[in-house]
Every structure is written in C-alpha cells, then in structure tokens.
Design a protein around this ligand. Sequence first.
Ligand SMILES: [Zn+2]
Length: 403
Amino acid sequence: MAILDIQARDNSSFARAGRLRTAHGDVRTPAFVPLATKATVKGLLPNEVAALGYDMVLGNTFHLLLNPGPELIKSFGGLHRFMGWEAPIITDSGGFQVFSMGHGTIAEEIKGRARHGKGKDREGAILAIREEGVRFRSYVDGRVRLLAPEDSMAIQAALGSDIALVFDECTPFHVDRDYTARSTERTHRWLDRCLTWHSEYGPEGQLVYGIVQGGVYEDLRRASAQFIADSGCEGVAIGGSLGAEKAQMYEVVGFAVEELRGAHEQRPRHLLGIGEVDDLIRGVELGIDTFDCAMPTRLGRHGTALVPDPGTRWRVDLTKGRWREVSDPLLDGCPCPACTQGFSRGYLSYLVRSGELTGMRLLTLHNLTFMAGLMADLREAVIDGRLPEVASALRAGATPSWR
Ligand SMILES: [Zn+2]
C-alpha cells in the first residue's frame, strides 16, 4: 500500500488531499503538525492536542538528545509511551538546531525576522562542521559532543518516531552559492549514510524523509529534489533558506515540488518550519502535504492570538494595553475554550500581561484551534473541488468554518 494515499486533487493547482499511513495511524493531509519539541506540546495534554483535530506532532531530536537523552526515553518504551501520545510522531534530525548555533540565528533569519541580541548564545556553540558530522558544545552541560548522520538516525530509532528526518546541513541565507552547492552535496552524502544506517538498524515501520536543500538557487534546488527523490527515501522534506520574501519562498518551494511530480508523485512532501496562514494556503496549492512550525504555539505563549485578518498578518497582540477594557471575545464562532467560555479580550490581555499560565494555555489552545480549522477547510475544499473559492476567501480574511 502506498504510504500516501492521495484521495483527491485540485484541478486549478497542484494541491492534493489524502491520508499518510504511519505505524501509529493515519495523518489526514494536508495537515499542520504542532511542535512537541521537548516531548510535549507546551502547556497542553496529549488528549487536548488530539481533540483539536491533530493527527501528528513533531518531536525534536537535538533537544531530546541533550535532555533527557534517547536511552532514557527508550527505556520507557519510546517517545510515544514516554509522552503519552500514541498517534503519529515525526522527529527532525537535529540538524536545524545544531546548525543554528554555527550560522548565527538561522531560525530568525530563515523566517525573515530581525536579529535580537538577547539569548543568541543560549543554545551553546558549534565547534566544527566536518564530513564526519558536527561537533558542538551542549547548552545543557557544556560537554563537547559529535552529531553525525548515523547518530541522528540512531537517536530517532531509539525515540521510535513514525517518521525520521535525515541529518542535513541547514544552509542559511547569507552564505554564497559556492558554499550552498558544497553544503548541499555534503547533505546528499549524509543522506546516503543515514539510509545505509537505517536499512541495517532502523526500527520496523519507521519512514525516512530526505531533506531538499540548495538554498534559493533554482538549479541546486531542482538537483537536490531529484537526488532525494531518487535515493529511496519514503518521503521528501523541503528545508533550508527559502529566500528573503514570500514570493521567492513560493518560487523556491515550487522548483523543488516540480521535480517531485510524475514518477515521485506518491511520495509525501513536508515543508519544514513554515506556518504563516498565507504560506500554508500557498503551500497546499503547491502540493505540500504536511507543515510544521513553532509559530502558533510560540505566539500563544507570548500573548499573540491568531485571527482571520490578513491586514495584521492574522495576529492580535494581546500584550498591548489597548485591549484592557475590551469585552469582546477573541473570535466569534471559534470552538476553542477561550472563545466558547466567554473570556473577553480584556481578560485574556490581563492574563498574558500578568504572565499567568492560564493565559498561555488559552492562547495556545485558540491558536491551534485556528490552525486546525484552517487546514481542515483547505483539505475539505480539495476533496469537494472548491479550493479556489475557499483559498481566496481564507486569504481575504474568512473565518475557518470548523465544520
Ligand atoms: Zn478561539
């Protein structure tokens, strides 16, 4: 049976809807995947995450390597058992975090945000990038550690995730074409090492996704997508720098996805670290099946709620004093606890400005409810043959329907 069972396609774009089959059940696609970075979706219980409509979460190999360590998690029966989530889990390779140390604030840069001085050394220090792997200093205990492609796969094997990502160098935006080309070639050699390790020691049923790199360069992206698709990976993730602005990002993702059509159509496609509302809509149109991003949960913890308003990039910042006396709910029609239990924007604003855990929880629940509604609408629209209307309404600020 195909890993991705494509059930419907949109005629006007490359969007598809289906079911991604994993060892712990199906993921309805297209889907957003919330982050359970350190073995928890911060502030929520597993049954709450499932009740919001999510089929899969993403755990973070780098953070779980440093604390509590893969051996401990394995001794509890793997990550599913350890965190009480018996549904699909995807783990990243650790590459993104480890390279974030070496390339400066790559995460900020990739997402187009300004560099903040505060906390930029928090994640420790990268010491050397070599063919064998990456040597870095742990932010937990200061120890020097090596993360090689085989280590990343071994950690993900111990975690027992349903989908493992291969170890790649996440090339940042500021490096030149020559560096990007050499780095992408090394990523391809690392992919071969990951697959060799996995074919011998990988857990039964664990799917492996290769990662397309190549920066913003069309020929490098296309060649990388071809290499990954031909490598025998079950799925393909698109990572690295996608450009300085949205138009370029869509173009770069488009180059990669074009190479994955035809013979490689059945391979599931994941877009790494992208989760803005308009980017998700465009990503679905380009034929992406799954997305992950820290944005909705991170914004929620910092007092920002998602609302259907493209003029504010779909955001309301409740830390601002202007909400103090506003008695309106966050979003009419939203089925989340913050909106259905009658909490006012004024109260939510007070909670987040006071640093109350309840405020972080309510906004996390609201933001993930919003994202789940958005993705469900896009998915249903592909199935019903209405994607053009639905996508344009959502882009213009329609509220998800939560059917
Ligand atoms: Zn809500």
